[in-house]
Each structure stands twice: as C-alpha cells, then as structure tokens.
Write a protein that binds this ligand. Structure first.
Ligand code: ATP
Length: 485
C-alpha cells in the first residue's frame, strides 16, 4: 500500500456541513475516527470506546449519516451521582465506508425488532434510583433521554418509570409487563439498574402463570448497579457508552435462567433484613429464579452484610469491605465454618475436578464449607472472574466450592479470582460444570443459613434445604451485540 491511504480509511466529506478530511487511525483503543476541518485547520476525533452507532439519515441523502457517541461529563469530576458521560451527535457526509460498516447497526438489531409489525413499539424505560451509587437519574437526563429523543423523537412512544421503592420493578412487572406479555404484545424494557432490576423482572414474570400466547420481553441493560455481573460477563461494559452501543447494535438472545427451590420455611429478607416475605411458590415449593448467582457461605454473607445504605455509598468497594469483616471478624476467631451437606449433579458434558465422572447426585466429603457458589456467568463484578470457563448466554451452571479455611487462605483464593480466575486451579478449590446443586443446612444460627440469589437474600429454616437447577429459558430476551464489536 506504500504511503497511499486507502479510500476505505480516508475520505473528503463534511461535518455538520463544514468541509473536512476524514481519516481512520489506529490507536491504542482501536480504530479512531479523526477529521481535519479545512476552514479552521482544526482536528477532531472520536475514540472507538466512545462510539454508539452510525445511523443513515434518509434515503434521499444517501451520503449523510448521524454519528452518535459519548463524551466525558465534566460535572462527574466532583459529583459521584453525575453520569460519567453525556450524549453527543454530529451529521457526517461521505464517511469512510469501513467506519460505516463497523458502526451501522445490523439489519436484525433490536431497535428495528421493537417496531411491532408497524404499530407503536411498547417501550418501557426503568430508571432505578436505588441502584449502584445513584447515577441512574443523571444517566437518564444527560445520556439516554437525549439519545432517545434523537432516535425516537415522538416522546409518547415510550414510558419512563422511576423507582420509588425496592418493590417498584416487581410491581410494574406484575401489573403491566406480565399482563401485556400474556396478551402476546411485543415489549421492550430498557433497564437503568444493576442485576437486581433484571432479577425483579424475571421473578415477576415467573410469579404467575404465563399463557400460551406469552411473548418474551426484550430487555436491554444500561449497567448502573454495583456488581453488574451480567453486563460485565456479556461484554456490555467494554466501552464507555454505558450500554448504549450494545442497545443499538445488539440482537435479542434468550437469557438462560436457573430455578432455586427452597424448603417450606424459607423467607426472602427485605428492607436491610428488617422484614421477611414469603417467596412465590411453584408446585407448592418456595421458588426463586436467577440469571447470575446462587451462593451459600462467605459470598452470600458478604452480599447480605454489605446491603445497607451506608455500605452502598462505596460502590463495588462495599463487597471488599464486607469481605474483610467476614474473613477477619472482630472476635479473632477467623471465618465461620459453614456446616451442611452439599450435593451436586454433574453435567453430562462436565469433566469435573473430582475424579471419575458419575451421573446422578454426588455428596461432597466435607461437612464444613467456606464457599459454595453456582453461576452461569464469568464475572460477578468487574475483574472478579469467579468462573473463567463460563461463556455468555450458554446457560451452563458451574459450581465453585471450598472448605473451611483461615482468613488468609480465603483471601488468597479471592485474590486469585481477581487475577483472571486463577483460583479455579488452586488445589483446595473445586470447580465443575453441574446440572444441579443441593444443600442440606446443618446450622442452628439463622445468619449462617442465608442464601444469595442474584443479590437477594433468602434465609432458610433450621434443618432446611435449597436446590438449584439450570435449564430455564423462554422468559426474556437480553439484547446483546456481537462480542467483537
Ligand atoms: N427508589 C428506590 N428506593 C428504594 N430501593 C430502591 C429504589 N430503587 C431501587 N431500589 C432497590 O435498590 C436495589 C438496587 O439493586 P440493583 O441490583 O439494581 O443495584 P445494585 O445492587 O447496586 O447492583 P448489582 O446487583 O449489579 O450489584 C434493588 O433492591 C432495588 O429494589
């Protein structure tokens, strides 16, 4: 190619009507669009990580496109509740074709699928004011609302819901989303929340009968929680757009779920564990559903203990703070040894770390445990790779477990999880693909019988049990872009 720049990489065009030269440049963050304004001899650029999409404007002006992207929000420097980025757009004429090809949403992108056979899209935006460090409202105002007004200018085409309590999403699901889904209406939900918002939707949808004409919802995540496990594990957080690139470029994919069944006395703890509630039942058994994690032991305890307004202010740090308290308790006795019988059913395809593979239930030899965690996702928070073999949306449950250990040894295993998931090769850690997990609790004190299902805490009665099984689907589609974008 010599010094010649290919027409794929450089074109003469316009930005907002002003003549420019566009160039695609290789940078550390990937391909970057730069342009040189002829009149002012000034240069500009948009980094790959800031790109949302390139959208054609009209068939009559085939060379004109709108570039949607984000820019750093200066207000976020001093305000932890401010959106880190704001929405930007420009009109570009005669862009390099490779740039258009990279960022124009595919024909089957969810945006188009939301148009229900020509009728108005049934689009709900949920702004969860209690999620993460409280950025959802600012993200709505500075980022998502301006983008929606751009791509969906008729404001009456969508409904915005702001949460005002921890039961807001559940109530909306039971009163609005489920009845409409049962009438076969196409619905799309855009969720400005953490994993909890999605779990509330899933649980709400599964709380009552789904009729034969039930139509799956499309759900798109704008990850604004603390852990954002699903978003990190599916690649939604790999750019700076807080899920907007994924929203415009993604296609609907069935979200694999697992079912968690409890003994009859199990209760959901709410309102900072000050209140308890009955769980929904399936065939008479208390049942919950999840998409991220079901755990008992150290992980469940730290999720439960860090779920207070005081801890939440610290964002993802809250997990580390609670972990320290659990591993090095003030009484100096070391971490609790959780007593119970843990059984698993290995998946037919699993190799497993426990020697000869047998179908059917197998009970672990040990009676004292520190960590028992089943998950279909790879990361529980950014960089915490609890299950490195997990692949997005494959629905395979994996079990990570180890016995009662000292604080330092537990901490070392956790550090290895933060180091790309190295803990799964630690000789004391079991890691296998499973079909099902069952725990029979042998603890007299209630706090050691707490189970975490996607951040919710369920306390099981003395002598009670929990069982986890994968293979549930057909309830919601998650909007996901191809990982290579
Ligand atoms: N306005 C509100 N008032 C009280 N509670 C709220 C309100 N809005 C949301 N909540 C609750 O706050 C919690 C937020 O959960 P969510 O999972 O979205 O965020 P997170 O826990 O910070 O993130 P993650 O689950 O990804 O770690 C949920 O229990 C939700 O019901």
């Amino acid at each position: 190619m010599g010094n010649e720049v290919s027409s794929q990489l450089q074109t003469e065009g316009k930005v907002n009507g002003r003549p420019v030269t566009f160039t695609i440049k290789q940078s550390e963050d990937g391909n970057e669009l730069t342009w040189q304004e002829h009149k002012h001899d000034s240069s500009h650029s948009i980094a790959k990580k800031d790109m949302i999409a390139v959208l054609p404007i009209h068939a009559q002006v085939p060379d004109d496109y709108t570039i949607l992207y984000v820019a750093t929000n200066p207000a976020a420097k001093d305000d932890p509740k401010a959106s880190p980025v704001i929405f930007q757009h420009i009109i570009a004429t005669t862009l390099p074709p490779s740039f258009i090809a990279a960022y124009q949403p595919p024909g089957n992108a969810c945006w188009q699928l939301r148009q229900d056979a020509g009728s108005l899209p049934n689009l709900h935006v949920i702004v969860s004011l209690g999620s993460g460090t409280g950025q959802a409202e600012s993200v709505w105002n500075s980022l998502f609302k301006p983008m929606l007004q751009h791509v969906c200018p008729k404001a009456d085409k969508y409904t915005v819901h702001f949460t005002d309590s921890e039961s807001s999403v559940t109530a909306l699901t039971k009163n609005v989303l489920l009845p409409a889904a049962n009438e076969g209406k196409a619905q799309a939900v855009i969720l400005l929340s953490g994993d909890g918002g999605l779990v509330d939707i899933i649980d709400g949808l599964l709380s009552a009968k789904r009729l034969s004409q039930y139509r799956k919802l499309n759900v798109a995540l704008l990850p604004l929680g603390t852990g954002n496990a699903l978003a990190h594990s599916t690649g939604i957080t790999t750019d700076n757009t807080l899920g907007l690139r994924n929203l415009l470029q993604g296609i609907p994919r069935d979200l694999p779920l697992f079912r968690v069944t409890f003994s009859p006395g199990a209760r959901l703890l709410v309102n900072g564990a000050r209140e308890e509630r009955q769980l929904g039942t399936v065939d008479g058994q208390p049942t919950s559903y999840g998409a991220v994690v079901c755990s008992w032991g150290f992980h469940a305890a730290l999720v439960a203990d860090s779920d207070s307004a005081e801890y939440r202010r610290h964002g993802a740090e809250r997990f580390k703070m609670a972990a320290n308290e659990a591993l090095y308790p003030a009484d100096g006795k070391g971490p609790h040894a959780y007593r119970g019988q843990v059984s698993m059913m290995q998946a037919a395809s699993a190799g497993g770390s426990g020697g000869v593979k047998k179908k059917g239930w197998q009970t672990l030899d040990r009676q004292e445990h520190a960590y028992v965690l089943a998950t279909p996702v790879s990361q529980l928070e950014q960089g915490f790779t609890i299950s490195p073999a997990s692949r997005p949306m494959d629905g395979k449950l994996r079990l990570v477990h180890f016995g009662a250990l000292g604080g330092d040894e537990c901490m070392e295993i956790m550090k290895q999880a933060y180091d790309g998931g190295r803990h799964t090769t630690h000789p004391g850690v079991g890691y296998e693909e499973i079909e099902a997990l069952r725990i029979q609790f042998q603890e007299s004190e209630a706090r050691w019988r707490r189970v975490c299902v996607d951040g919710r805490i369920v306390r099981v009665e003395e002598g009670g049990w929990v069982e986890v099984r994968g293979g549930v689907g057909g309830v919601v589609d998650l909007i996901l872009a191809a990982p290579e974008l």
